[in-house]
Write a protein that binds this ligand. Structure first.
Ligand code: ATP
Length: 368
C-alpha cells in the first residue's frame, strides 16, 4: 500500500506562492500526471513529496505515514529527474546500482536488481558502457532503470522525456507506460506536455499558478474541463471560446454570438439565470459540423485558413456579422471536405458538445 496524500500544502519562495493550498490523493499503484505550464508549481509539489523541499504548511503522508518533515532518504521513494542526474564516467551497471550501494544493499542483491532493471529497459548490452558515450534516449533509460532498481513503492518523475527529440519521446512514452504498468509503483509524473499527460496518466492533475484546477481521468479532463483554463490548456488545438449574450427568444433560450442567433436546447437550467447577460461558449474543433449550404441551426462563418493535416483538415473560420469583432474558431473537418479560403460555411454546434462558461469566474456552468 503506497497511497500518497497531500493535504492543504502551500509553499512560497519570498513573495512568490509556488503551491497554494494543494490537496491531492494518489491511490496505491496509480499513475498520476501533474500537468501545467512552466512555473505553475509542479516541480515544487513533486519535490515536497520527495522530501527535497519542505512545504510551509500542510501535511504529506505516504502509506499512512506522516512524512511532511522526513528527509528524502527516509521516504522510500525513487526519483527520475529531467537532467537524468546520472554519472557520465561511471559504468551503466554502477549508475543503476548507485542508490542500492548507498543504502548498503548486499552485493548479490544489487547485481540481481541491476540486471532485472536493465532487462526491463532493454539495455542489458550497455551495462559495461559509460553514459558519456551514449545517446540521450539511452541515458534516459539508465536513469529510469536506476529508479526502478530501488524497487521503491513510490516513483516520482520530473519531465523525464523532455530532453529527447520528438520521435524518441513518442517511442519512450509508450514504453514507459507499459513499463510502469508492469512495476505497479505509485507514480507521480510531472510534465507540461498535455499530450503526454493525456496518453500516459490514469488520472491527470492540472495546475495553474500553484493551484490545482482539476484532477480526473484524461477523457474527463479533455471533454469536461472544469474551467476555461483547463479547456484552453488541454487539446491541440485548444478548446474554442466564443463570447455571446443569452437571450429569450419566444420563450426559447438562444445565445447571440457576434450578432447571430444560436438556439439552444431546453436542458440547460443553469443558462436561464444568464438572461440578457454575457456568456462564453466552449467547444472543441472536432465537435462542430461544417456544412456548405445554409442551415437554420448553423452559424455563418468565413473560412480564413485551411490546414491539411493528413487525418483531418483544420479550418480557421470567423463568425460573419456586421459590426462585431471577428471571433476566430478552429474547426476540424474530414480531409476530403473541399473548401477554400474566403468561402462561406455554416457551422452546427451540437448542444451536448457545448460547454457554457461564466465569463467572470471562467468556470464551466454545466454540460450542455
Ligand atoms: P517548470 O515546468 O518550468 O519546471 P514548474 O511548474 O515545475 O515549472 P516550479 O519549478 O515548481 O514550477 O516553480 C514554481 C514557481 O516557484 C515559479 O515561479 C518559480 O520561479 C518559483 N521557484 C521555484 N523554485 C524556486 C527557488 N528555489 N527559489 C525561488 N523561486 C523558486
Amino acid at each position: 500500500m503506497s497511497e500518497i496524500v497531500v493535504e492543504r500544502a502551500s509553499k512560497s519562495f519570498g513573495s512568490k506562492v509556488a503551491i497554494d493550498d494543494v490537496s491531492l490523493t494518489v491511490d496505491d499503484g496509480e499513475f498520476l500526471v501533474l500537468l501545467g505550464p512552466s512555473g505553475c508549481g509542479k516541480t515544487t509539489l513533486l519535490r515536497a513529496i520527495a522530501g527535497l523541499g519542505m512545504v510551509d504548511s500542510g501535511r504529506i503522508t505516504i502509506d499512512g505515514r506522516d512524512v511532511t518533515y522526513v528527509p528524502a532518504g527516509n521516504r522510500k521513494i525513487s526519483m527520475v529527474f529531467q537532467s537524468y542526474a546520472i554519472f557520465p564516467h561511471m559504468s551503466v551497471r554502477n549508475n543503476i546500482g548507485f542508490g542500492l550501494r548507498m543504502s548498503k544493499t548486499p552485493k548479490e542483491v544489487i547485481q540481481e536488481r541491476v540486471e532485472e532493471a536493465a532487462s526491463l529497459l532493454h539495455i542489458e548490452e550497455l551495462l559495461d558502457r559509460k553514459p558519456s558515450a551514449m545517446s540521450g534516449g539511452q541515458r534516459q533509460r539508465v536513469a529510469v532503470a536506476r529508479a526502478l532498481a530501488m524497487k521503491a513503492e513510490v516513483l516520482l518523475m520530473d519531465e523525464p522525456l523532455s530532453n529527447l527529440d520528438a520521435l524518441l519521446r513518442l517511442e519512450m512514452r509508450a514504453e514507459l507506460k507499459r513499463l510502469l504498468a508492469e512495476v505497479n509503483a505509485t507514480t507521480i509524473y510531472v510534465t507540461h506536455d498535455q499530450i503526454e499527460a493525456l496518453s500516459m496518466g490514469d488520472r491527470v492533475a492540472v495546475m495553474k499558478e500553484g493551484v490545482l484546477q482539476q484532477v480526473d481521468h484524461p477523457t474527463v479532463v479533455y471533454e469536461d474541463p472544469s474551467n476555461e483554463f483547463v479547456g484552453g490548456f488541454i487539446g491541440n488545438p485548444p478548446m474554442n471560446f466564443i463570447d455571446g449574450v443569452v437571450r429569450q427568444d419566444k420563450g426559447r433560450l438562444a445565445v447571440e454570438l457576434a450578432g447571430q442567433k444560436l438556439t439552444v436546447g431546453s436542458a440547460l437550467p443553469a443558462l436561464r439565470a444568464y438572461g440578457g447577460k454575457p456568456i462564453r461558449l466552449g467547444i472543441r474543433a472536432e465537435n462542430m459540423e461544417a456544412v456548405q449550404s445554409p442551415v437554420s441551426d448553423g452559424l455563418k462563418v468565413r473560412v480564413e485558413v485551411v490546414e491539411p493535416l493528413g487525418a483531418q483538415n483544420l479550418l480557421t473560420v470567423t463568425l460573419l456579422s456586421a459590426g462585431s469583432d471577428a471571433q476566430p474558431m478552429k474547426v476540424s473537418t474530414h480531409p476530403t471536405f473541399g473548401v477554400t479560403v474566403g468561402e462561406q460555411l455554416w457551422i452546427r454546434f451540437p448542444s451536448h458538445q457545448i460547454r457554457w462558461i461564466d465569463p467572470q469566474t471562467q468556470e464551466v456552468l454545466s454540460s450542455g
